[in-house]
Design a protein around this ligand. Structure first.
Ligand SMILES: O=P(O)(O)OC[C@H]1O[C@H](O[C@H]2O[C@H](CO)[C@@H](O)[C@H](O)[C@H]2O)[C@H](O)[C@@H](O)[C@@H]1O
Length: 361
């Protein structure tokens, strides 16, 4: 298979939204905001060739979308067809069922950008999500902390599962007709509150350690931490990983674990809770657990979304849709290329004259 890395950002950074309360990007390098400039500042720090065979390099390979040869891509598309071009087939099984919509944020509703503080979603996307939520219960499921992702999405009628699903909050009942119909109680759940002090401690330690690595940045997501290396020179990725591992080895394995996403290392509590568990929790909270007339749709772009895709496969209900331009191993059944196609798909679901699932629910 011939691959070439394609992890370029897909949009120009927009101004940071109001209300964010974490350190600006990059935290330690003053006015230099451009990844290339940051990377050029410290490239001599790592030993030449240190990336080869390094485990972060393997991590990077696994988490980056890559361009495949045409035939390879064609095979992958047969297994994971476009949810747009196969819209009728994808949504056919939803007829007569209650659709429940789950949406990841970064890379799904907003394009990937260099600065995580500036990953804003467009007004058109917000409108598409708003219209979908008028018809179906809709949840945002994100690695970001809940208040941060809310500040980007700004729709009060949605469910929000932040910190990889560890912090879940439903909308106020009066603004959510779906909850009134199906759930007795307001939805609220926090997994792993006892880990807050240790996450805080690791945040402080790692932030200090990352000051020596140009472009590295630690993002506090309340129940978990994201160590970004998108703006770190490749020669220094191993240094990022080594620092993270050296901090984590001070804690038992049953306290913290390390996962990864798109040019980001994620430090999370070692509990069995993820986006898949959040999906199950929300279905249950809405009164849909165990019902065969429910059709969950989960759209996401990253490794952490695979937990939710797997849950849907296990249930044998609904569909997972992976957002990716390139072949990736996935448990999702369908694909969309990018947030632009996600917006189109959402729009199609609520087309007033379409023969879509809106009528059926
Ligand atoms: O579950 P998600 O909503 O997809 O959140 C996953 C991580 O997304 C963000 O990082 C990613 O997007 C950034 C902005 O486009 C990009 O700069 C970064 O390289 C990506 O990894 C977010 O900043 C993380 O905290 C989330 O865990």
């Amino acid at each position: 298979m011939t691959f070439s890395t394609d992890e370029a950002v897909t949009a120009v950074a927009a101004p940071a939204p109001a209300g964010l309360h974490f350190t600006p990007f990059p935290p330690t390098k003053g006015a230099a905001r451009d990844c290339k400039k940051l990377a050029a500042m410290h490239v001599d720090r790592a030993a030449p060739g240190s990336i080869v065979g390094g485990s972060l390099f393997e991590t990077m390979k696994a988490s980056s979308p890559r361009r495949a040869a045409d035939a390879e891509h064609g095979d992958w598309m047969e297994k994971h067809p476009s949810a747009l071009t196969r819209f009728e087939a994808a949504l056919g099984a939803a007829k007569g069922k209650q659709i429940v919509m789950f949406l990841d944020y970064d890379g799904t509703l907003s394009p990937i950008v260099e600065d995580p503080d500036r990953a804003v979603m467009s007004e058109e996307m917000r409108d598409a999500v708003r219209r979908v939520a008028e018809h179906f219960p809709t949840a945002i499921v994100s690695g970001r902390c809940r208040d941060k992702v809310f500040n980007f999405v700004k729709l009060t009628e949605l469910y929000y599962a932040g910190s990889h699903g560890m912090d879940i909050e439903g909308p106020a009942k009066q603004s959510n007709k779906h909850a009134q119909a199906n759930a007795e109680e307001a939805v609220h759940y926090q997994a792993g509150s006892e880990f807050l002090p240790v996450i805080e401690e690791v945040y402080r330690t790692l932030t200090a350690r990352m000051e020596a690595i140009a472009g590295a940045r630690v993002e506090h997501n309340k129940y978990c931490l994201s160590v970004h290396f998108r703006c770190v020179a490749e020669e220094e990725w191993n240094a990022v990983e080594e620092e993270v591992r050296s901090v984590l080895k001070e804690y038992p394995d049953d306290v913290l674990k390390l996962t990864h996403g798109r040019k980001v290392l994620e430090i999370r509590p070692s509990i069995k809770w993820d986006k898949g568990k959040a999906l199950e929790f929300l279905l249950e909270s809405l009164g849909y657990a165990g019902r065969s007339d429910v059709f969950p749709i989960y759209i996401g772009d990253d490794r952490t979304d695979e937990d939710a895709f797997k849950v849907l496969r296990g249930m044998g209900q609904g569909i997972g849709i992976l957002v990716s331009k390139f072949p990736k191993e996935t448990a999702a059944s369908y694909s969309l290329r990018d947030p632009v196609e996600v917006k189109e798909f959402l729009g199609k679901m609520v087309e007033p004259n379409g023969d879509g699932p809106v009528k059926a629910a």
